[in-house]
Design a binder for this molecule. Structure first.
Ligand SMILES: Cc1cc2nc3c(=O)[nH]c(=O)nc-3n(C[C@H](O)[C@H](O)[C@H](O)COP(=O)(O)O)c2cc1C
Length: 395
């Protein structure tokens, strides 16, 4: 796990990567603040040598519903990110900072973006409950240009690499999935066309390494599932990106992306999809609807995306990373040395212990993350609070 990972356009100093983790640390316009530098400096001095930022919007229309999401769509954001990167590099020059770029598509709210919600198709997301207008064919081409512009801005800002977010139900996932892509133009005939145009456009525009993050399956009957993703793989592989991270799910059942506990009271208090309800309606949701809704939740288990990642790896020339429920040194060793996966990405363990990589490096024998997957950090993404651990490591 501490051996360098040689990729097409870069070499990572080790194979333990900080997965994209939404920070809620930009200002109201999406310009990153000094809080990002503080967080990444802690991770960098704690041994993380590759840090993927939380998702950054590629345009105002593609903003997430959370109040303080960062973006990379204009020059003020480039300057903001430059400051963050300079500070992190002054402390730990070897650390590679990758920016995750994303357009939310149907997974956002009109009152946040102040623009109509547009997606790959017209299917409403049951979580966001917003009417969705399908992007016109010309608008899809504009979206491709927005990803390319975002990548160029990231290069100008000084990032070491880019991760294109194709997972979790965001816009690229919406094009890939037959459940959300009900288009009747060329982007419906070829559900990978949007992805191909984004990736080839980004690769042609910047010299940076490019990672993808893909959900191997989601929770919709006609959505993404492993056989479909495997049938896509020859095309995805031929895009020759530097690494592909295997994840799961979409926001219809958000807790299946990030499994663990379901702290319902903080959801009802902080999530703007619920906290606008009359208290009586929230009571009804908690005592009746939730019990029905939670039947679609998949229980947490360690390494919950590993088996999908291993199957994809067997069909892939592109290096594969896996995320989800990685909590022990012995598990990382097993994933890399026995299952042949190229690297691991961890999110929640780094929220509660930014120095987790140093602990892994120094520990003789087993090292276990103190993260209990309580998911308070997850649900508090929807509050106005910056990312932090609410429980503290339970060792
Ligand atoms: C607080 C929080 C914020 C997250 N934000 C993002 C994000 O911005 N982009 C993304 O692709 N995944 C995001 N994730 C998912 C993680 O990258 C990761 O795939 C998932 O949490 C499973 O890994 P873990 O078990 O190590 O936490 C987030 C997870 C958490 C807990």
């Amino acid at each position: 796990m501490f051996k360098p990972l040689k990729l097409k356009r870069t070499t990572l100093p080790n194979r333990i990567i900080r997965a994209a983790t939404f920070e809620n640390m930009a200002d109201a316009e999406g310009i990153p603040t000094a809080k990002f530098a503080e967080l990444y400096k802690k991770l960098a001095t704690g041994g993380a040598r590759c840090i993927i930022t939380g998702f950054n919007h590629t345009s105002r229309e593609g903003r997430a519903m959370q109040p303080f999401q960062a973006g990379i769509d204009d020059s003020r954001k480039i300057i903001g990110w430059q400051r963050v990167i300079d500070e992190v590099k002054s402390v730990q020059p070897e650390t590679q900072l990758f920016i995750q770029i994303s357009h939310t598509g149907r997974q956002t709210l009109q009152h946040v973006t102040r623009l109509p919600v547009k997606g790959a198709g017209s299917v409403k997301c049951t979580y966001f409950r917003q009417p969705v207008t399908p992007l016109s064919t010309d608008e899809v081409k504009e979206k491709v240009d927005e990803y390319i512009r975002a990548a160029k801005n990231a290069e100008t800002a000084g990032f070491n690499g880019i991760q294109i977010h194709c997972a979790h139900g965001y816009l690229i996932h919406q094009f890939m999935s037959p459940f959300t892509n009900n288009r009747d133009d060329e982007y419906g005939d070829d559900r990978l066309l949007f992805l191909k145009q984004v990736v080839t456009g980004v690769k042609a525009a910047v010299k940076l390494p490019v990672f993808l993050k893909i959900s191997a399956a989601d929770d919709r009957q006609r959505g993404l599932n492993l056989p479909l993703v495997m049938s896509y793989w020859p095309v995805i592989d031929s895009l020759e990106t530097d690494a592909i991270e295997i994840s799961y799910g979409m926001m219809e059942v958000a807790f299946n992306i990030i499994r663990g506990e379901h702290p319902l009271d903080p959801v009802l208090k902080h999530n703007c999809l619920f906290n606008r309800y009359h208290p009586g309606l929230r009571w009804l949701f908690k005592h009746f609807v939730y019990h029905w809704y939670k039947r679609s939740f998949i229980d947490y288990c360690d390494l919950y995306n590993l088996e999908n990642a291993v199957k994809i790896k067997a069909a892939s020339k592109t290096p594969i990373l896996v995320t989800g429920g990685i909590r022990k040194k012995s598990q990382i060793d097993y994933i890399i040395n026995q299952r042949g996966i190229d690297g691991v990405t961890l999110s929640r363990p780094f929220v509660c212990e930014p120095d987790f990589v140093n602990r892994l490096a120094k520990g003789n024998g087993e090292v276990i993350s103190g993260c209990t997957s309580c998911n308070l950090c997850t649900v508090m993404c929807d509050s106005r609070q910056p990312l932090r651990c609410y429980r503290g490591p339970a060792r």
